[in-house]
Design a protein. Structure first.
Length: 182
Protein backbone atom coordinates (compact mmCIF):
# COMPACT_ATOMS: atom_id res chain seq x y z
CA UNK A 1 0.00 0.00 0.00
CA UNK A 2 1.54 3.31 -1.07
CA UNK A 3 2.10 5.79 1.61
CA UNK A 4 0.35 9.10 1.07
CA UNK A 5 1.78 12.19 2.59
CA UNK A 6 -0.47 14.92 3.85
CA UNK A 7 2.24 17.52 3.28
CA UNK A 8 1.41 18.15 -0.43
CA UNK A 9 -2.29 18.40 0.46
CA UNK A 10 -1.52 20.84 3.29
CA UNK A 11 0.70 22.96 1.02
CA UNK A 12 -1.90 23.00 -1.74
CA UNK A 13 -4.58 24.04 0.75
CA UNK A 14 -2.35 26.76 2.25
CA UNK A 15 -1.45 28.16 -1.16
CA UNK A 16 -5.01 28.27 -2.39
CA UNK A 17 -6.47 29.56 0.85
CA UNK A 18 -6.35 33.29 0.38
CA UNK A 19 -7.42 35.59 3.13
CA UNK A 20 -11.11 36.29 2.79
CA UNK A 21 -11.77 39.46 0.85
CA UNK A 22 -11.98 42.43 3.15
CA UNK A 23 -15.37 44.06 3.29
CA UNK A 24 -15.69 47.12 1.11
CA UNK A 25 -13.96 50.01 2.74
CA UNK A 26 -16.47 52.17 4.55
CA UNK A 27 -16.60 55.78 3.49
CA UNK A 28 -14.81 58.23 5.73
CA UNK A 29 -17.31 59.98 8.01
CA UNK A 30 -17.33 63.70 7.19
CA UNK A 31 -20.87 64.53 8.33
CA UNK A 32 -21.15 67.51 10.59
CA UNK A 33 -21.03 71.25 11.01
CA UNK A 34 -17.86 73.04 9.95
CA UNK A 35 -16.54 76.54 10.55
CA UNK A 36 -15.23 77.86 7.25
CA UNK A 37 -12.51 80.44 6.68
CA UNK A 38 -10.76 81.29 3.48
CA UNK A 39 -9.73 83.81 0.90
CA UNK A 40 -9.70 84.70 -2.75
CA UNK A 41 -6.61 86.29 -4.20
CA UNK A 42 -6.35 87.61 -7.73
CA UNK A 43 -3.08 87.20 -9.63
CA UNK A 44 -1.65 90.54 -10.70
CA UNK A 45 -4.34 92.58 -8.92
CA UNK A 46 -4.79 94.05 -5.45
CA UNK A 47 -8.18 92.35 -5.04
CA UNK A 48 -8.46 90.23 -1.91
CA UNK A 49 -11.60 88.70 -0.39
CA UNK A 50 -11.97 86.83 2.92
CA UNK A 51 -14.68 84.34 3.85
CA UNK A 52 -16.07 83.09 7.15
CA UNK A 53 -19.15 81.10 8.01
CA UNK A 54 -20.64 77.65 8.32
CA UNK A 55 -20.79 74.56 6.14
CA UNK A 56 -23.05 71.61 6.96
CA UNK A 57 -22.31 68.21 5.42
CA UNK A 58 -24.95 65.49 5.55
CA UNK A 59 -23.51 62.20 4.35
CA UNK A 60 -25.14 59.00 3.12
CA UNK A 61 -22.46 56.54 2.04
CA UNK A 62 -20.23 58.41 -0.40
CA UNK A 63 -22.89 61.00 -1.25
CA UNK A 64 -22.91 64.32 0.59
CA UNK A 65 -25.54 67.07 0.73
CA UNK A 66 -24.10 70.50 1.55
CA UNK A 67 -25.61 73.62 3.08
CA UNK A 68 -23.53 76.79 3.10
CA UNK A 69 -23.86 80.16 4.82
CA UNK A 70 -20.75 82.28 4.36
CA UNK A 71 -19.95 85.99 4.61
CA UNK A 72 -17.56 87.44 2.04
CA UNK A 73 -15.72 90.71 2.59
CA UNK A 74 -13.42 92.57 0.21
CA UNK A 75 -10.36 93.60 2.19
CA UNK A 76 -8.35 95.07 -0.69
CA UNK A 77 -8.94 96.23 -4.25
CA UNK A 78 -11.88 97.81 -5.98
CA UNK A 79 -13.75 94.98 -7.70
CA UNK A 80 -16.96 93.49 -6.39
CA UNK A 81 -19.07 94.51 -3.43
CA UNK A 82 -17.50 95.36 -0.08
CA UNK A 83 -19.42 92.47 1.47
CA UNK A 84 -21.93 89.83 0.55
CA UNK A 85 -23.60 86.83 2.14
CA UNK A 86 -23.50 83.55 0.20
CA UNK A 87 -26.28 81.12 1.08
CA UNK A 88 -27.10 77.86 -0.69
CA UNK A 89 -26.83 74.13 -1.05
CA UNK A 90 -25.24 71.51 -3.22
CA UNK A 91 -24.12 67.93 -3.66
CA UNK A 92 -20.74 66.24 -3.44
CA UNK A 93 -19.14 62.82 -3.69
CA UNK A 94 -16.50 61.42 -1.36
CA UNK A 95 -13.81 59.20 -2.91
CA UNK A 96 -11.38 58.09 -0.21
CA UNK A 97 -10.19 61.40 1.24
CA UNK A 98 -11.14 63.47 -1.82
CA UNK A 99 -14.38 65.44 -2.05
CA UNK A 100 -15.72 66.88 -5.30
CA UNK A 101 -19.00 68.69 -5.66
CA UNK A 102 -20.93 71.75 -6.70
CA UNK A 103 -23.19 74.29 -5.01
CA UNK A 104 -25.56 77.00 -6.07
CA UNK A 105 -25.24 80.02 -3.77
CA UNK A 106 -27.50 83.06 -3.71
CA UNK A 107 -25.67 86.30 -2.97
CA UNK A 108 -27.15 88.92 -0.68
CA UNK A 109 -25.51 92.30 -1.17
CA UNK A 110 -25.74 95.47 0.90
CA UNK A 111 -27.53 98.33 -0.85
CA UNK A 112 -25.15 100.76 0.84
CA UNK A 113 -21.78 100.33 -0.87
CA UNK A 114 -19.46 100.24 2.15
CA UNK A 115 -21.96 98.90 4.71
CA UNK A 116 -21.38 95.32 5.81
CA UNK A 117 -24.25 93.12 4.62
CA UNK A 118 -24.34 91.52 8.10
CA UNK A 119 -24.99 94.83 9.89
CA UNK A 120 -28.37 94.76 11.66
CA UNK A 121 -31.16 96.24 9.52
CA UNK A 122 -28.79 96.75 6.59
CA UNK A 123 -30.83 97.15 3.42
CA UNK A 124 -29.79 94.41 1.02
CA UNK A 125 -30.84 92.79 -2.21
CA UNK A 126 -30.39 89.47 -3.95
CA UNK A 127 -27.42 89.63 -6.28
CA UNK A 128 -26.27 87.09 -8.83
CA UNK A 129 -26.17 83.35 -8.15
CA UNK A 130 -22.71 81.85 -7.69
CA UNK A 131 -22.23 78.40 -9.20
CA UNK A 132 -19.30 76.93 -7.30
CA UNK A 133 -17.36 73.76 -8.05
CA UNK A 134 -15.23 72.54 -5.15
CA UNK A 135 -12.47 70.00 -4.89
CA UNK A 136 -11.32 69.15 -1.41
CA UNK A 137 -9.11 66.90 0.64
CA UNK A 138 -9.91 65.59 4.12
CA UNK A 139 -6.83 66.04 6.30
CA UNK A 140 -5.73 63.62 9.03
CA UNK A 141 -7.13 65.97 11.70
CA UNK A 142 -10.60 65.85 10.06
CA UNK A 143 -10.44 69.36 8.59
CA UNK A 144 -11.08 69.82 4.88
CA UNK A 145 -9.16 72.04 2.46
CA UNK A 146 -11.19 73.16 -0.56
CA UNK A 147 -10.22 74.90 -3.77
CA UNK A 148 -13.23 76.60 -5.36
CA UNK A 149 -13.87 77.58 -8.98
CA UNK A 150 -16.97 79.64 -9.58
CA UNK A 151 -19.06 81.39 -12.19
CA UNK A 152 -21.93 83.86 -11.88
CA UNK A 153 -25.48 83.60 -13.16
CA UNK A 154 -27.23 86.93 -13.29
CA UNK A 155 -26.33 90.54 -13.85
CA UNK A 156 -24.59 93.14 -11.81
CA UNK A 157 -21.19 91.66 -11.00
CA UNK A 158 -18.26 90.01 -12.66
CA UNK A 159 -15.60 87.73 -11.26
CA UNK A 160 -12.00 88.83 -11.82
CA UNK A 161 -9.79 86.61 -13.98
CA UNK A 162 -6.83 84.92 -12.32
CA UNK A 163 -8.58 84.40 -9.00
CA UNK A 164 -7.84 81.55 -6.62
CA UNK A 165 -10.23 80.70 -3.79
CA UNK A 166 -9.13 78.40 -0.99
CA UNK A 167 -11.32 77.53 2.00
CA UNK A 168 -10.39 75.70 5.20
CA UNK A 169 -13.26 73.88 6.97
CA UNK A 170 -12.84 72.73 10.57
CA UNK A 171 -15.48 70.40 12.03
CA UNK A 172 -17.02 71.86 15.18
CA UNK A 173 -19.74 69.21 15.62
CA UNK A 174 -20.70 65.87 14.16
CA UNK A 175 -24.36 66.76 14.71
CA UNK A 176 -26.37 69.83 15.76
CA UNK A 177 -26.71 68.33 19.22
CA UNK A 178 -22.97 68.53 19.84
CA UNK A 179 -22.74 72.31 19.50
CA UNK A 180 -21.66 73.89 22.73
CA UNK A 181 -22.33 77.39 23.98
CA UNK A 182 -19.24 79.56 24.02
Amino acid sequence: MPRTSLLPLALATALTAVAPPSPAEEALDVSGIYEVEGETVVAGAPDHFVYSGKLVLKQTGNQIRTTTEVAMRRTAGESGPASAALIGSGDATLDGRKIRGSSELQTLVSQVAELDVAAPYAPRYAGPVVNAVAEGLVRDDGSIEFEIRSTLTGEGFTLPEGRKTVLHAKRVARSPYELKKK
